[in-house]
Design a protein around this ligand. Sequence first.
Ligand SMILES: [Fe+2]
Length: 367
Amino acid sequence: MTWNWLSPTRFFFGSGAIADKYEEIKTLGKRALIVTGKGGSAVRNGSLRDLCRALSDCDISWDIFREVEANPSVETVRRGAAIARETKTEFVVGLGGGSPLDAAKAIAVLAVNDITDEEMFAARFTAALPLVAIPTTAGTGSEVTPYSILTYPAIDSKKSIFSPVIIPVLAYIDPEYTRDIPLNITVDTAVDAYSHALEGYLAVKSNPISDLIAREALRISGTELKLLTSGTSPGRASREALLYASTLAGLVISQTGTSIPHAMGYPLTYFKGIPHGRANGILMPAYLAFTLRNGDNPKVMEALQCSGFSSLQEFKKLMRDLCGPAPECSDNEQTRFIEICSQAKNLSNHIVRPSRQDLESMLQESL
Ligand SMILES: [Fe+2]
C-alpha cells in the first residue's frame, strides 16, 4: 500500500511567536481580513493586539470581521466573504478557537469563488486566498488541517469542507493566548484534541508517520486529561502541553481524517447544544467497545496504553468525570440522529465499518 504526506503549514510554536517571526506575513499581500469570534476573547488574551502590531509593522492594512459564532453557519461565512471581496482582501487571518479558524477557511474560499453551498462542501474549487491561523484554544488543530467544519441547516448537522487549498500557509501557535480559557472550555477542547489523535490512530487512512505522531499526542493528552479532573485551571506547562498535543493531533487528522465519534457527535451538537469535544467524549467509550467487540485489533489497547489507561473501564470513567452525563434524547431524536450520521462519509474511515444497527447500539450505550 502506498501513502503520502502533505503538511505545508509553516508554523511557529511558543510564547511570543508572532512578535518574533511576523516578517513571514509580508509575503502574503498588503491587505488582510482578520476573522475572529463574537465573544471578544482575542482582545482579552492579547492575540489581536499582537497581530495588529505585526501587520502594522509590515505595512499591511486590515479589516476585522468579528461575527463568528460557535459552530459557524454558512450564512456567517458568506457575510465574511462579501467583506473580503469589498475590501479587496489579499489574505485571511483566522484568529481564535476552532470556529473562527474554520470560518476563515471558508471565507478564503468564497472570497474568490462564486459557488453554491453544495459546491463549496463538495470542494468544487481550486483556489482560495492564502490563510494565516492563530489558534487561541487547544482543541481543533485547525491551524494545520485541510478542513473547515460549518453548521449546515440543509442537512440538520455540521458538515466539513475538505481541500488542500484551505490548509493555512502560516500559523502562530502561542500558548500564552490559552492561559485564561475557562475550565469547561479547556476540558471540551482537550477532549476534542484527544479524540482527533484516537480516531486518527484507528483510521483506515492512518500511516506510519501519523501513527507516530498520534501516539505522542495520545500520551500528552491522556496525561493532561487526568490532571483536568482536579477541577483546577491548568498551569503554564500544562497549557503549553495541551496546545502542543492539539497541534500534533491536527497533523494526524490532516492525513487520516476523523471517524465515528465525530460523525455521531455532530447531531448531538446541532440538536442538543452539546459542545463538540464533550459530544465526542460521551461517544468515545462505546466506539472503543464496539471496535474491541469486532475483531482483535491491537491498536485499540495500544491507544489506551499510550494514553496511560490500563483498561477501557478506566477510560470510560475519566470521560464520564470530564464530560458529564449524556443529554436526554427521545426515541424519535435518536432515530433522527442515526439517520443523519449514517450519511457521514467518515464512518467508513474507521478500521471497523459500522452498520446502522452498530450505530444505534453505540448511541444507546452512550446515552
Ligand atoms: Fe473535532
